[in-house]
Design a protein around this ligand. Structure first.
Ligand SMILES: [Zn+2]
Length: 263
């Protein structure tokens, strides 16, 4: 049996901030998805009964399908005419609290589920009807696709300017909201500066003349930065910063630009 994942953008049904409870759909019935599958109503009935909170309690709530990122514990699982839903109690951990804020602020926009197909059949038009699944986990996904920006190697998911800009926008949202844990904000600030460095290296730079302490004048932008905010003078190799507040201004400008796009 192959473990599979399917995502949906169904609206989060309910967030109870006081209790730390969230109710959302992990699957939608009756839609042909991008794999040519339709999840049929009732396909989770058996697995919910056997593996749900009233059964063996094996179905987990993850983030991004990662068993290391468990924001809460499933309290209820069920099905209605629209799809399969879950209620999770978010934990009082840093991850749980940050996840609750992500729900409150609408940053979590998608859910997905990890499952195995037990029963399926193809109709004459080639559509695959999933009639029974074994459910392993339901996952909360944040807006930057299924790619968590909190991952150490997140940069490898940035394939082009579009994903780069999306990532910057996504982080800007977190930084603007501001009330996340210090841990998350610190991590994202670091990533923000990594991303803006990549962004800055992509845009053609105007020449910017600086003079080192020994009086050599050169174009700052013609030399790759040796560290954050300085280059070495091509003649005497002394570390030389860009004039006072210019790099910060550039970053602030970029931030204003993305904030402007968001508002
Ligand atoms: Zn010099």
């Amino acid at each position: 049996m192959v473990r599979q994942y399917k995502s949906n953008e169904a609206k989060v049904k309910d967030v109870d901030s006081k209790q730390g409870l969230v109710k959302a759909y992990f699957a939608v019935f009756g839609n042909i998805d991008s794999d040519g599958d339709i999840i049929e109503p009732g396909s989770f009935t058996k697995t919910i009964k056997e593996r749900g909170p009233e059964g063996s309690g094996r179905i987990k709530h993850f983030k991004w399908h990662s068993s290391r990122d468990v924001p809460g514990r499933i309290q209820e699982l069920g099905e209605d005419e629209f799809g399969g839903w879950f209620i999770s109690k978010l934990s009082n951990t840093t991850l749980g609290k940050d996840t609750l804020i992500e729900y409150e602020e609408g940053i979590i926009t998608e859910h997905s589920h990890g499952f195995e197909i037990i029963k399926e059949d193809h109709d004459e038009s080639g559509i695959n009807h999933i009639r029974e699944s074994k459910l392993w986990e339901v996952s909360s996904l944040t807006a930057w696709g299924a790619n968590p920006l909190t991952r150490v190697d997140f940069v490898k998911d940035i394939k082009d300017e579009k994903t780069l800009l999306e990532a910057i926008e996504h982080i800007t949202k977190y930084l603007t909201i501001g009330r996340f844990s210090d841990q998350l904000l610190k991590d994202l600030e670091q990533k923000y500066s990594q991303l803006t460095t990549i962004y800055n290296s992509l845009i053609t730079k105007e020449p910017h003349y600086v003079t080192c302490k020994n009086g050599h004048k050169f174009d700052y932008n013609s030399i790759p930065e040796s560290g954050m905010g300085y280059v070495k003078c091509p003649k005497c190799k002394i570390a030389c910063t860009q004039s006072a507040d210019e790099p910060k201004e550039k970053e602030a400008e970029l931030k204003r630009y993305y904030l402007g796009k968001l508002i």
